[in-house]
Design a protein around this ligand. Structure first.
Ligand code: MEV
Length: 314
């Protein structure tokens, strides 16, 4: 019997994280160098409902029923069964692996959900269309991140640069000129729910200053979109710097992120900012292609646990 496999890329938020949770626009792009992969191997002998889960990256090798009720894969399979109105999956092994660092702002959770939903629905003989993949992955995001905007599951499911506003039709960005980004990992994992929850608490206590920060972040995302679509990218670095300053004021940066952001600028990046939830995880720097290695080395020397050079292509 054939196996059913699917992949999904990582992502970075180029502009507008956090403000996007409050209805402002944001820009995200897929990162194809890191991927989540799911493989479903049908078991023609075992009875229906006997699903075995293997996730060697996290030393998981057990029956689905042995996972805690709130485990993400268990929730995902329940959601998929409800979607297809079935009580059990046919017997199979679901093998999940990922090269996307976990809790690092690179969309690892969304990518695992998307890859699993695709592989499992193909196994069921009814491959989900991308809208449904994204919508179901969003349901999983809600369980784990509290109040997600939906940007992570969208960019990962569609695997295209998106200009995203919560609740509005997805707009894809046509980027005119290739861009080189260096991604630097603080090495500190930070689940998105931490900074998202703390910011919500602060906003509930005193919304006005945060609304002003979100408004400005939204304006930055709008300008960045215009620049990306026109191919006039000379202001993008400055916009990233300003976006980072706003994220600092929102309380979602960290000393490690600020340190890497400054190191990238000193090493010649046109601009730099944290990317994703913050408090840890990754930052991104926009660079001229010939400076990419230099900026990457500077980040490693400044404490980054690893770096990745990626191109955003038209
Ligand atoms: C996380 O990648 C982006 C955040 O804006 C959260 C969200 O939009 O759901 C921090």
């Amino acid at each position: 019997m054939p196996a059913f496999s699917a992949r999904a890329p990582g992502k970075i938020i180029f502009f507008g994280e956090h403000a996007v949770v409050y209805g402002r626009p944001a820009i995200a792009v897929p990162v194809e160098q890191v991927q989540a992969r799911a493989v479903v191997i049908p078991d023609p002998i075992a009875p229906r409902g006997r699903v075995w889960i293997q996730a060697p990256d996290i030393n998981l090798d057990c029956a689905l029923g042995e996972l805690p009720e709130d485990n993400a894969l268990r929730q995902l399979i329940q959601l998929l069964q409800a979607h297809f109105k079935i009580d059990h999956l046919p017997a199979c092994t679901l093998r999940v692996s990922s090269s996307i660092p976990v809790a690092a702002g690179l969309g690892s959770g969304a990518a695992i959900s998307v890859a699993c939903l695709r592989a499992l629905s193909a196994f069921l003989g009814a491959p989900l269309v991308v809208e449904h993949v994204s919508a179901l992955a969003y349901e999983i995001e809600k369980i784990y991140h509290g109040t997600p905007s939906g940007i992570d599951n969208t960019v990962v499911a569609y695997a295209q640069p998106v200009y995203f506003v919560h609740g509005q039709p997805i707009e894809f960005l046509s980027i005119r000129q290739p861009l080189t980004l260096v991604i630097g990992d603080t090495g500190r994992s930070s689940p998105t729910s931490g900074p998202v929850g703390a910011l919500r608490q602060a906003w509930l206590e005193n919304s006005q200053p945060y609304e002003a920060l979100f408004d400005r972040a939204g304006e930055i995302a709008r300008s960045a979109r215009a620049d990306l679509e026109a191919g006039t990218i000379s202001h993008l670095g400055r916009l990233m710097d300003e976006n980072h300053a706003l994220l600092v004021q929102m309380g979602v940066s960290s000393p490690e992120l600020d340190h890497l952001v400054s190191a990238a600028r000193v090493a010649g990046a046109s601009g730099a900012k944290l990317s994703g939830g913050g408090w840890g995880g990754n930052m991104i720097a926009l660079v001229e292609p010939e400076l990419a290695e230099q900026v990457s080395t500077a980040l490693l020397e400044s404490g980054a646990s690893h770096t990745l050079i990626t191109q955003v292509r038209p």
